[in-house]
Design a protein around this ligand. Structure first.
Ligand code: SF4
Length: 501
């Protein structure tokens, strides 16, 4: 049997609680458990955000717990959970059949909390964000597949939501890490009577076409939610239509602390999505930890964007930063990619525009890590509905186009892996094994796609000639590859000659 951690163990009573549902646990017990999780989460935040925290914990654990208000938490639990070198030990304990004797209630409940968050994220992607419109649904599935090769592992954390609204044009903050290339703040969409009517009608029209999935996105994108002084009023309209508080990521949680406190209170009183605070400096991280209680931040992720943070991860280089580096003659850096997980629409209410976007690897052509046609404008909800349908009809094309040469995306390399032929993406090594595709005509089809010179009919004719395979079987195989998102979509990613340049 694994050795238990040095500190607290689960009591018999705590073990019994693990078998109970939320209803059986009751309000008081649930409150106690979330309080416990909030304290552990605060412990994680201290260790992830403050460079001195680990040393403090090592030197005098009791003083550490006292200083940061973590009384009741076992310091060894914090070490077990958040010291990277103890990751394996934690995993073994959690997956052992004797786990109840090896970990404390705090460890179990925190891991359960994280597991629930991951489950909800997957539910968002697999269920909640699936649009009602069939054409868009099929298109979105293909983009999710495409992003495996285009973006690598990061795609697993993307929910591929389908509709986001911006309540201002541009952003007042100007973060250097801004991966969506937000321009300066230019216009705010105030909650006047007229604007409120338009907003509500637009939400209804979006819901008619996309279903509840239209209400699983955010009220910001290349903008800062809190730039709009009427954000809360729009949030209430959104809640009225969709029954959820939309997620906020803000880089200015301390701009008006009382406002942020109120927004969080609202989040806990209704059904809503986890919020995020982007912390732009160590000073700001300390101030946020001092301003907000652990309970208030239970549903808030704190993202360190400064290098001193022990958990700092170099940010994705897209948007302005990528443009700047390319202008300076630098190569595309390794941490390029995309931070945008939208496969669908961004509606800017301030300028009454709609953009259709899909994530892609940021480069000189797509510096913001998104691709999509030019935005269009609308005046009223009817026009909004019409234009949304126009995008779906004309740009979410699910048939393989007949008249352009077909090829694999250029980030794929066709090579041998342990003697097997495979398509390997240079973004994150996503691999499609081609040798498994053994039926008649498949390898010949792949070879022609690798050449990138022939359109759909030409490929079918040639493969028929070479192998005698029936045309419908070759079309079927091309369709399977198309659905896997490995064949370049000329509508979304046109070559220069395909857009008449
Ligand atoms: S990251 Fe967000 S807050 Fe910062 S500049 Fe970009 S849009 Fe604005």
């Amino acid at each position: 049997m694994e050795k238990a951690s040095e500190g607290k163990k689960m009591t018999e009573q705590e073990k019994e609680l693990l078998y109970k549902t939320n209803e059986e646990l009751g309000e008081e017990e649930l409150k106690r458990i979330s309080g416990l999780v909030a304290l552990v989460k605060r412990g994680a935040e201290l260790l992830c955000l403050l460079p001195e925290a680990r040393e403090e914990l090592e030197k005098d654990p009791d003083a550490f717990l006292g200083r940061y208000g973590l009384a009741g938490i076992d310091p060894d639990d914090l070490k077990l959970m958040f010291y990277p070198e103890r990751g394996e030990e934690l995993k073994k304990k959690l997956t052992s059949p004797d786990f109840m004797d090896l970990i404390s209630e705090a460890v179990y409940r925190y891991e359960q909390f994280v597991g629930n968050k991951l489950y909800l994220r997957n539910q968002m992607r697999e269920v909640e964000c699936v649009p009602l419109n069939k054409q868009m649904r099929i298109w979105r599935n293909r983009q999710i597949e495409r992003c495996k090769g285009a973006l690598g592992g990061v795609n697993e954390s993307f929910i591929h939501d389908v509709m986001n609204f911006e309540l201002s044009r541009g952003c007042s903050v100007g973060c250097e890490f801004c991966g969506v290339g937000a321009e300066k703040l230019q216009k705010v969409f105030f909650h006047t009577e007229e604007n409120a009517v338009l907003f509500r009608e637009v939400l209804k029209a979006a819901r008619e076409i996309l279903g509840d999935a239209a209400g699983r996105g955010t009220l910001y994108l290349a903008s800062e939610a809190l730039d709009n002084p009427d954000y809360e009023l729009f949030e209430a309209d959104f809640y009225e239509e969709f029954g959820v508080i939309p997620q906020i990521t803000t880089a200015v949680p301390l701009r008006k602390p009382e406002r942020t406190h109120a927004l969080l209170k609202e989040l806990y009183s209704k059904k809503g999505f986890i919020h995020r605070f982007s912390l732009r400096s160590l000073k700001e991280a300390r101030a946020v930890l001092a301003e907000f209680t652990p309970e208030e931040l239970l549903k808030v992720e704190l993202i360190p964007q400064y290098e001193e943070a022990p958990a700092f991860v170099p940010f994705t280089v897209s948007g302005h930063e990528l443009e700047k580096r390319l202008m300076d003659g630098e190569e595309i850096p390794e941490q390029a990619g995309s931070i945008c997980c939208v496969d669908g629409f961004v509606v800017n209410m301030a300028e009454k525009s709609i953009r259709m976007i899909t994530p892609c690897y940021a480069d000189a052509e797509y510096p913001d890590g998104v691709a999509g046609p030019e935005k269009v404008f609308f005046e009223n909800a009817d026009e909004f509905r019409e234009k949304l349908l126009f995008f779906i009809e004309n740009y979410m094309v699910n048939e393989i186009p007949g008249d352009v040469p077909l090829e694999f995306y250029d980030y794929f390399e066709c090579r041998q892996i342990q003697g097997k032929r495979a398509l390997v993406s240079k973004h994150g090594q996503y691999t499609v094994f081609l040798d498994k595709m053994k039926e008649k005509g498949m390898q010949e089809t792949i070879a022609l796609l690798c050449q990138g010179k022939y359109n759909k009919r030409e490929i079918v004719t040639q493969v028929m000639g070479q192998t005698g395979e029936r045309p419908e079987k070759i079309f079927w195989f091309l369709n399977q590859l198309w659905k896997l998102g490995v064949i370049r979509d000329p509508v979304l990613f046109p070559q220069k000659n395909e857009i008449g340049e």
